[in-house]
Design a binder for this molecule. Sequence first.
Ligand code: HEC
Length: 149
Amino acid sequence: MKRYVLAAVLASAISVVPAHAQFAKVEDAVDYRQGAFSVMSYHFGQINRALKGEIPFTAESVSANANLVATLAKLPWIAFPAGSTANSHAKPEIWKDPEKFKQLQEKLVAQTDKLATIAKEGDQAVIKSAFGDTAKVCKECHDTFRSKH
Ligand code: HEC
């Protein structure tokens, strides 16, 4: 899992996001996307902790975390082979309504890019509002496409 995420982050750092991934096994795709989501979530959570004052708020660290979130938000979507629900919280609705799923991916990418741009300015109130807007997109997709158990 770590291996895939690291490879993808390195690839995107040099602006070559893989358009298609060839996963040898369905489990590899599931590992890849869960890995990408959990690394993204960690860095997203660090922004939240800084906003709440649990860790120091510095423009540099918030901006670094927001850049990682924006990069990582582009990754999971290549790893949803049709019907891959085993050992996963992915709901079958993903393949029943691919348009809606895609629309929410694009919304997340746009919103996290916006958050990364805003984070550079270092204005805490503005970052907080963009963070909240991004969290709404996470929730919107999870409510429809991710099972709780
Ligand atoms: C377009 C839909 C979509 C959006 C937007 C989205 N997620 Fe998810 N997320 C999913 C799906 C589907 C899964 C279940 C993946 C699986 O279990 O195979 C998931 C799983 C996760 C997981 C669990 C990963 C694991 O280890 O099993 C975390 C954490 C997570 N998402 C965080 C986030 C955060 C944070 C955001 C917003 C910044 C976000 N997600 C936005 C669809 C989305």
